[in-house]
Design a protein around this ligand. Structure first.
Ligand SMILES: CC(C)(COP(=O)(O)OP(=O)(O)OC[C@H]1O[C@@H](n2cnc3c(N)ncnc32)[C@H](O)[C@@H]1O)[C@@H](O)C(=O)NCCC(=O)NCCS
Ligand SMILES: Nc1ncnc2c1ncn2[C@@H]1O[C@H](COP(=O)(O)OP(=O)(O)OP(=O)(O)O)[C@@H](O)[C@H]1O
Length: 447
């Protein structure tokens, strides 16, 4: 996002300026990153806030809009009241809440509006997230929980109790003192399932409060609602975390990595066609095995049986040893990776110091290189696609492909160490578009 002249700004929305809301939002988006909206008491808060978030998604999708509820109660809202007239003290809801969007904000706001005491919020993790599109890019649960907590604190005085959940129910079926659950059109059945479970356990039935879905259009993902998956897709090619300014490497060096058959080589081809130098660590690694090299001398000490009197390594014999013994593989890696890194540095020293050079290496994250590089870019595809490609390309059966893929670190681990993510799940052209976007943003931040 472009830096804005103001971090946050606020407006009061009255009946008079309601019709100009789209314009207000568009204007705000050019001037600030976050807009607080206070709804004038003459307007009904609940329906007005639903409409503000929907308009914001349509007219200012990048603007972080926050409709204030704090000073708003009571406020023309038709609150959900128990028979004695009190508001439900505790309202629950659940979600993944990745890259908090306006649909989430409506859901959380509704919970806050109908609760007098606390919102109980389950945030999914573990098996609950792994079937989602681009799930590898879902932010860590702690971060998602913090974002929910921060939003609720920002807009309301109601407190928010957060729980990581690994099933669809979480605290909704263990906390007896809950009164209502907030769901959307698509998760209404989930609310009913909560009530069935509570009934089985002899617990009180929750009032189910339902919000409508905020719509959006994502042709690639075939989504018709505003969704976190679309936000993850939009994040491909962008900077996911700050670059490393602590490195002494020159020139500007970017690691390019990814699992087996992830599409690294294709991305490297794209980068070369755009005029960048891409060093291939496979080739560099071959060079470090030259007869009599420092690396071979070290291998002769650690694995004497694979080095002959001419100081040549029998790579096949070495492969047989290390691919059957994890400890030996780690021992060899500890010798080879630093040697390759030194050889990479020697190559880098030959490059103009103001250039950008990519270094393609499959085990870059495992080798701990991201701390030495300015940036790390990861190419990945969904596990099922990875297995399919490995079977097809390397003529392996399902089990062999599974073994190959499982022997590597996961895409989630790679992405956690990366600044930029590129996904090759779709057509080649879609991958290329992401590379183009990543390069444009790279050149912008290098200026
Ligand atoms: C199993 C659950 C928790 C998983 O959450 P999910 O992965 O769908 O989370 P996600 O972050 O995508 O969405 C969170 C909530 O926001 C709603 N939402 C998502 N997008 C939009 C949108 N564009 N407009 C409006 N609401 C939206 C979802 O329908 C959901 O209710 C949830 O879907 C569910 O079934 N909820 C009902 C039961 C429940 O709340 N259980 C936990 C109680 S602690
Ligand atoms: N959208 C896509 N983007 C990139 N590669 C794709 C795409 N769709 C299919 N592929 C295929 O995925 C396969 C793996 O690509 P590539 O050889 O670039 O992977 P790699 O990461 O270099 O693999 P390895 O490290 O195992 O050699 C190729 O057969 C490529 O054609």
């Amino acid at each position: 996002m472009e830096p804005k002249s103001m971090e946050a700004a606020s407006v009061v929305l009255s009946q008079r300026c309601l019709a100009r809301l789209p314009e207000v939002l568009r204007q705000a988006a050019t001037r600030c990153s976050r807009l607080y909206v206070a709804v004038h008491p003459e307007l009904p808060l609940q329906s007005t806030l639903d409409s503000i978030y929907a308009r914001a998604s349509e007219h200012a999708p990048q603007l972080d809009v926050r409709v204030m509820l704090k000073s708003a109660l009571p406020h023309g809202v038709s609150p959900l009241r128990a028979e004695d007239g009190s508001l439900p003290p505790r309202v629950c809801l659940g979600g993944t809440f990745d890259r908090l969007h306006n649909g989430h904000k409506v859901l959380l706001s509704r919970a806050a509006l109908i609760s007098s005491e606390a919102i109980v919020c389950g945030v999914t993790d573990g098996d609950m997230i792994i079937k989602k599109t681009l799930w590898e890019m879902i932010e860590p649960v702690e971060r998602r929980m913090r974002a929910v907590e921060e939003f609720v604190k920002d807009v309301t005085d109601v407190s928010c109790l957060l729980y990581p959940i690994t099933d669809p129910f979480g605290p909704s079926i263990t906390m007896a003192d809950l009164n209502a659950i907030v769901v959307s059109d698509e998760t209404y059945k989930g609310g009913q399932a909560v009530n069935s479970k509570r009934a089985e356990r002899g617990m009180s039935e929750l009032v189910i409060e339902k919000i409508g879905l905020i719509e959006a259009d994502d042709t690639l993902l075939k989504e018709t609602k505003l969704s976190s998956s679309s936000r993850r897709k939009e994040a491909l090619g962008t900077l996911l975390k700050p670059v490393n300014t602590q490195t002494r490497f020159r020139p500007y060096t970017i690691g390019l990595t990814g699992g087996i058959a992830s599409g690294k080589t294709k991305v490297a081809e794209d980068l070369r066609s755009m005029g960048y130098t891409v060093l291939d660590c496979d080739k560099i690694a071959h060079g470090t095995y030259a007869a009599g090299s420092d690396l071979v001398k070290q291998i002769a000490v650690a694995f004497p049986s694979v080095v002959n009197e001419k100081e040549e390594v029998d790579r096949r014999a070495l492969g047989n040893i290390v691919f059957n013994d994890t400890a030996k593989r780690l021992q060899l890696n500890a010798l080879v990776w630093p040697a390759v890194l030194r050889a990479v540095q020697t190559e880098l020293e030959k490059m103009p110091s103001d250039s950008v050079v990519f270094v393609e290496a499959a085990a870059l994250v495992e080798a701990g290189w991201p701390k030495d590089l300015h940036e790390t870019w990861t190419v990945f595809c969904a596990r099922a696609e990875e297995l399919r490609r490995v079977q097809q390309r390397d003529k392996l059966d399902e089990q062999q492909a599974e073994a190959r893929v499982s022997s590597q670190i996961s895409n989630r681990e790679r992405l956690a160490a990366s600044n930029v993510a590129i996904c090759s799940d779709w057509e080649r052209e879609v991958t290329r578009e992401q590379v183009k976007k990543a390069v444009e943003l790279l050149e912008k931040r290098r200026k």
